[in-house]
Design a protein around this ligand. Structure first.
Ligand SMILES: *Cc1c(COP(=O)(O)O)cnc(C)c1O
Length: 377
C-alpha cells in the first residue's frame, strides 16, 4: 500500500480498545492456536448480533464461501450462479470446486443481483440441460440485495442461496440481518472490512448439521480416532484464537462502526449533492445499509481514473467501483446474463474514503478537493 503520513484511507482498520485485552489473555493462557475461549466467544458474539443460530469462525471470507459450496454438495462440472458486480472472493470458490460460474447482472436500485436476470439465467441454463446448483448473492458495499425477490426465484427452482455478506455485517433487509436470509451466509473480517480480525471470516447458518460439518471440514476433516484418520477431504480454514480475540473487541464496537459509516455517507451526500449529476445510491425501503463504502457515480465528462489520480495527489485514497466478474480475464469464457449495468457503473463510479476513523477535518478535506476537481475539471 502507498503510504505517506497524513494519508486518508479508503477503509482502514479501526480498533475499539478492548482487542488487546482479549489478545493478551490468549497469550497469557497459551490459547494461541485454533481453539480457545476467544473463538467460542467471538462466534457467540456474531450469533448475538446477527441472530444467526450458528457461526463458524474461519480464516477468511473466501474460505467461508468455499465451505458453503462444499456443504451444498457442489460437484465438478456443476454450474453456480454468482453476482457479477462483486469482488473476486465471491467467485473464486466456484472455481475451487471445479464448478462453472454463471454471472448474473445487477439491477439499478441496489446495484446487486437482478431477480429478472436471475430468472432468465436459470431458465436458459435449464434449457441448456442443467439446473444450477447454488446461487452466490453479494450485498455489495453493504447495500442489501433484493433478497425477497431473489429467494422467490431461487425457491421456484429449488436452488439454495448463499449470501456473500462479506461487506454487509450490520446491514439489514426487512428487519433481518444480512447473512441470515439464505441457506448460509459468509462474513469477512479482512483488514478493510467494517470490523476486522486482521484476517478472517465466518459462516453462519440456521442449520446445526451444516454448522457442525463446516467446523469439521475447516479443521482437516479428522475422523473420531486416537490417530489421524480421514475419510473426507478437509481444509485448514480455522481462525486462530488470537485473531478471534481481536474480533471480540471489534464486535463490541460494531454498532458504533455502522453508525459512523452511515454518518460519513450522509456527510458526503449533504456536502456534494448540489453537484449536478453526481449520484448517491439511495436506500430502498426494505434495506438498511451499513454503508461500508460510500460510492458515487460521477457526472458524465468526469473519468473516475482522472478523479482518482487528482485525489491521490492530495494523499487521498479512492478506488473505482468493482470491475464486473464477467469482464475479468479470469472469467471471460463463462456464461453471463444481463444488460451490462455493472459495466456502466464501473465506468462512472468511485468509492470515497469511508474509514470510521476519519476525522471531520479529513472528511472536509475530501469534500473540498472533490468540489474543486468536479467543478473545474
Ligand atoms: C472481502 C470480500 C470477500 C472475501 O473475503 P476475504 O476475507 O478477503 O477472503 C468476498 N466477497 C466480497 C464481496 C468481499 O468484499
Amino acid at each position: 500500500m502507498d503510504y505517506r503520513p497524513g494519508r486518508i484511507f479508503l477503509s482502514a482498520p479501526h480498533m475499539g480498545g478492548h482487542e488487546k485485552n482479549y489478545v493478551q489473555k490468549a497469550l497469557e493462557d497459551n490459547w494461541v492456536s485454533t481453539a480457545g475461549p476467544n473463538l467460542t466467544g467471538f462466534e457467540h458474539d456474531i450469533c448475538q448480533h446477527t441472530n444467526a443460530r450458528h457461526a463458524v469462525a474461519v480464516n477468511s471470507g473466501t474460505a467461508a464461501l468455499h465451505l458453503a459450496l462444499r456443504l451444498l454438495g457442489v460437484k465438478p462440472g456443476d454450474e453456480v450462479l454468482c453476482s457479477t458486480f462483486t469482488f473476486v472472493g465471491s467467485a473464486n470458490p466456484v472455481l475451487y470446486m471445479g464448478a462453472t460460474p454463471v454471472f448474473v447482472e445487477s439491477e439499478v436500485e441496489t446495484w446487486n443481483m437482478c431477480p429478472t436476470s436471475l430468472q432468465e439465467a436459470i431458465t436458459a441454463r435449464q434449457a441448456a440441460g442443467k439446473l444450477p446448483a447454488a446461487i452466490i448473492l453479494t450485498h455489495l458495499y453493504g447495500m442489501p440485495a433484493k433478497v425477497k425477490e431473489i429467494i422467490a426465484v431461487a425457491d421456484a427452482f429449488g436452488i439454495p442461496v448463499v449470501e456473500d455478506a462479506a461487506e454487509a455485517l450490520g446491514s439489514r433487509y426487512g428487519g433481518h440481518q444480512a447473512g441470515t436470509l439464505g441457506r448460509m451466509g459468509a462474513f469477512s473480517f479482512n483488514g478493510n472490512k467494517i470490523i476486522t480480525t486482521s484476517g478472517g471470516g465466518a459462516l453462519v447458518t440456521e442449520d446445526e448439521r451444516l454448522a457442525e460439518q463446516a467446523l469439521f471440514l475447516a479443521t482437516q476433516a479428522k475422523d473420531q480416532a486416537p490417530f489421524y484418520q480421514h475419510s473426507q477431504m478437509g481444509y485448514s480454514y480455522r481462525l486462530s484464537n488470537v485473531s478471534a480475540g481481536i474480533g471480540r473487541g471489534q464486535m463490541e464496537v460494531l454498532e458504533r462502526r455502522v453508525k459512523q459509516r452511515r454518518e460519513i455517507f450522509s456527510f458526503y451526500r449533504s456536502q456534494l449533492q448540489h453537484i449536478e449529476e453526481l449520484f448517491f445510491l439511495p436506500e430502498p425501503k426494505a434495506c438498511f445499509s451499513n454503508r461500508w463504502l460510500t460510492t458515487v457515480l460521477l457526472p458524465p465528462g468526469h473519468r473516475p481514473e482522472a478523479v482518482r489520480l487528482a485525489l491521490e495527489g492530495e494523499n487521498i485514497e479512492t478506488r473505482p467501483l468493482c470491475k464486473p466478474m464477467h469482464l475479468q480475464p479470469l472469467f471471460a469464457s463463462y456464461p453471463y446474463y444481463g444488460n451490462n449495468l455493472s459495466a456502466r457503473l464501473f465506468e462512472r463510479g468511485l468509492c470515497l474514503p469511508s474509514s470510521s476513523s476519519l476525522t471531520e477535518e479529513d472528511l472536509e478535506k475530501v469534500v473540498k478537493h472533490l468540489r474543486r476537481i468536479l467543478e473545474v475539471m
